[in-house]
Design a protein around this ligand. Structure first.
Ligand SMILES: Cc1ncc(COP(=O)(O)O)c(C=O)c1O
Length: 409
């Protein structure tokens, strides 16, 4: 059979055409003024390493150097992760109410890779997935690329961003493949109570819909709050929990994530096999870090985690105090993670008509970058990343106050 092509005509695939990162399109509009004299301060990227104040514990570096020097961790690891790495994840995250063995763990390329596998194994083209609004934009990007419909359940700011459970239930139909729950939350910094998580689980149980629990901010919670892994609160809802080293260990660039499979009464038998199949396509994270994972997960001293929480709590206090005093802005106090959502009272501003315009002008005039709520499907808010150093945060809020004073009616 001969080809009838007479010239080059190469089109990108359907999948590539559908692939998009909604943050990118918005952030591209937020330009630094080339004539700006003020030093640029980014409150926009959820990467705690940028300012040098949050580091991985030294013991993790030592574990990696040790593994390098054995010359034994340089080969291809098994596709779903080495037994030692999976065993360490099972030991760290398994509890009597939700026990884990190494066979229930799949190692992935970051939590993003873990999420991709979860969506791929649970959702077919034409089905739908229930996502939080506001929420982390990767969920929708993954779903839409795969022709999976996205339906949004609202988080209620007046209730510390709890899920509108009544609305959640109404969204479920015969095509609902799963519910994604993110706790603690990006972008909200919320941490759900046991009772609230149980209310969500009750809906999932009633309609037999499995859950993907994005628990990447595992235990990053402030005084007065407790983190409950979702799988510990149910005996009948099957759950895929995803996590990684990026946030709790402050090394997003290491690209290590995982899925823990919490089956209930065999409901996930096919799903575990499907995940193993999917993991065969592209190998997980690099062999050296996998080899060091048992040390990193099981030997990092408790004082390291406590130190990070203390710093985040201080930054939260500084952020809430400063932003509450700025007319036109209303922060929702975070309970964990590393973000704060701030409501903008748009009608009170004389020349700002949206959160995107607020962020654009703040960037152009004050060289401070915050992501508009639009990036998280939630207009009239901005999201502030609270990991910068105290002096950078204070400077950013000083500039934000000047900016709002100029633009407020
Ligand atoms: C809620 C949430 N899930 C997943 C991820 C992705 O994590 P990773 O960097 O390990 O891919 C992030 C990163 O910011 C996140 O905030």
């Amino acid at each position: 059979m001969s080809s009838d092509r007479k010239k080059w005509s190469i089109r990108s695939s359907d999948v590539a055409k559908r692939a998009h990162n909604p943050i990118r399109q918005i952030v591209d509009k937020l330009k630094l003024d080339p004539k700006a004299t003020k030093e640029f301060i980014s409150l926009s990227v959820g990467d705690p390493t940028i300012f040098g104040n949050f580091n991985v514990d030294k013991s993790a570096n030592e574990a990696i150097v040790h593994q390098l020097n054995t010359f034994k961790a340089n080969g291809y690891p098994p596709a779903h992760g080495t037994l030692a790495a999976r065993q360490a994840i099972a030991t760290k995250f398994g509890v009597p109410e939700a026990p884990l063995t190494a066979n229930d763990v799949i190692v992935a390329n970051g939590c993003s890779g873990a999420l991709e596998m979860c969506l791929n194994v649970l959702c077919d083209r034409g089905q739908n997935i229930l996502l939080p609004r506001p929420g982390f934009p990767l969920y929708a990007s993954l779903a839409e690329t795969r022709y999976v419909e996205t339906k949004y359940y609202d988080l209620v700011p007046e209730k510390n961003w709890e899920v509108d459970v009544v609305q959640l239930e109404k969204l479920i139909d015969s095509k609902t493949a799963c519910i994604l729950v993110n706790n603690p939350s990006n972008p909200c910094g919320s941490v759900y109570s046991k009772e609230h998580l149980k209310a969500i689980l009750a809906v999932a149980s009633k309609h037999h819909v499995p859950i993907i629990a994005d628990e990447i901010y595992w235990d990053l919670v402030f005084k007065g709050n407790t983190f409950y892994p979702m799988a510990t609160l149910t005996t009948d809802v099957p759950i895929l929990s995803v996590g990684g080293l990026a946030k709790k260990w402050m090394v997003p660039g290491w690209r290590v994530g995982w899925i823990t499979v919490h089956d209930r009464h065999g409901a996930f038998a096919e799903i575990l096999e499907g995940l193993l199949n999917l993991s065969q396509i592209i190998l997980g994270p690099n062999s050296v870090i996998q080899a060091a994972l048992p040390e990193i997960l099981l030997k990092t001293p408790e004082s390291y985690y406590a130190g990070n929480i203390k710093q985040l709590e201080l930054n939260t206090k500084i952020s809430v105090d400063a932003v509450s005093k700025i007319p036109g802005l209303s922060p929702v106090k975070p309970q964990g993670a590393m973000y704060m959502m701030v409501g903008i009272d748009i009608p009170k501003f004389k020349d700002i008509s949206s959160d995107v315009e607020f962020s654009q002008k703040l960037m152009a005039e004050e060289s401070v970058l915050c992501l508009p709520g639009e990036c998280f499907n939630y207009p009239n808010y901005i999201r502030i990343v609270i990991t910068p150093t105290v002096d950078r945060l204070e400077e950013a809020y000083k500039r934000m106050a000047l900016f709002c004073a100029r633009h407020h009616k």
